[in-house]
Design a protein around this ligand. Structure first.
Ligand SMILES: [Zn+2]
Ligand SMILES: [Zn+2]
Length: 299
């Protein structure tokens, strides 16, 4: 996980390299790279929690993610700095939101808006209530949704970073994330063909059988579930005929520096289009793999 100034500089270079090599994803990079950079910078600035989440090893072993064992978020978390960092990144990625983000940022700064209570209010799951809250804040509902999803990702990534050393000692056999319970948005094949699933919400990664579907646990011993495109052996997609889900997959066996998973996932966006045209749906929906969204992308 990105954590130093050098890592952030490397990430900026990798984004530029991707922009040159893959001009078809330039608009996705324009939109989402400020969030990637902003998250990395914010994570570098915020302290690691000394008060860790109390993991119950038995529940964990039985497949209960931390998010179901207790409250991952607490009012003491650095919500104000997270909210401001997200607002700034969204402004850079989606220039048409600038006015709304400035408004939100000023309310966060002067304490009128508490990001913790905003993200904790369960009524925001409901579309009409989200619209109501957005109207109170005087911003567009889809922009509020993008803000909330990004804010949750920032904080979840901090939580998974803070818990990484402890979780490394425990075993996890499920296809969903042990921290936040989400399904993976990407898999990376590392040395000896080991498959590491990547969580798009909290950036946690965990090892998982290469032959089994992380979504429905169907196993294909013949290992015929990988779809290759244009003879490219590095970038593939795992597909499951049982649940009709797919998982974009990048083979990086000898990589010394680990490219952040968010960036790899965006560089595979062409696979998302091909797989969705074949009738498969992604295991985890992200803004860049749900076709026709987000509307905020359209200037
Ligand atoms: Zn997660
Ligand atoms: Zn499946």
């Amino acid at each position: 996980m990105v954590s130093t100034n050098d890592d952030i500089e490397t990430l900026a270079k990798e984004i530029e390299q991707a922009r040159t090599a893959l001009p078809h994803i330039a608009s996705l990079l324009d939109a989402f790279s400020p969030l990637m950079m902003g998250k990395s910078r914010w994570l570098m600035e915020v302290q690691e929690d000394t008060k860790k989440f109390p993991v119950d090893p038995i529940q964990y072993h039985d497949g209960k993610p931390l998010s179901e064992q207790g409250q991952l978020f607490s009012p003491e978390d650095p919500w104000q700095s997270a909210g401001l960092a997200v607002a700034q990144a969204i402004t850079l990625g989606f220039p048409n939101t600038a006015q709304d983000m400035t408004l939100l940022a000023s309310q966060i700064t002067d304490g009128r808006l508490d990001c913790y209570s905003l993200i904790n209010s369960s009524e925001l799951q409901d579309e009409a209530q989200l619209a109501g809250r957005a109207a109170e804040l005087a911003i567009e509902p889809e922009i509020l949704l993008l803000f909330l999803r990004s804010l949750a990702r920032f904080m979840l990534t901090k939580k998974s970073r803070d818990m990484a050393a402890e979780l490394a000692l425990l075993s996890w056999t499920k296809g969903y994330c042990p921290v936040c319970g989400s399904f993976p948005h990407l898999a990376i094949l590392r040395e000896q063909g080991q498959r590491w699933l990547q969580c798009g919400e909290c950036s946690h990664e965990w090892k998982y059988s290469r032959l089994q579907c992380p979504y429905c646990e169907h196993e294909d011993p013949a290992n015929t579930s990988y779809l290759f495109v244009d003879g490219n052996k590095e970038d593939t997609a795992f597909t499951c005929t049982q649940c009709q889900k797919y998982l974009v997959t990048s083979s990086r066996p000898a990589e010394l520096h680990q490219t952040p998973a968010d960036l790899i996932a965006i560089t595979l966006a062409h696979l998302d289009i091909i797989l969705q045209e074949k009738g498969f749906t992604p295991m985890a929906e992200c803004e860049w793999n749900t076709l026709g969204s987000p509307q905020v992308c359209e200037d």
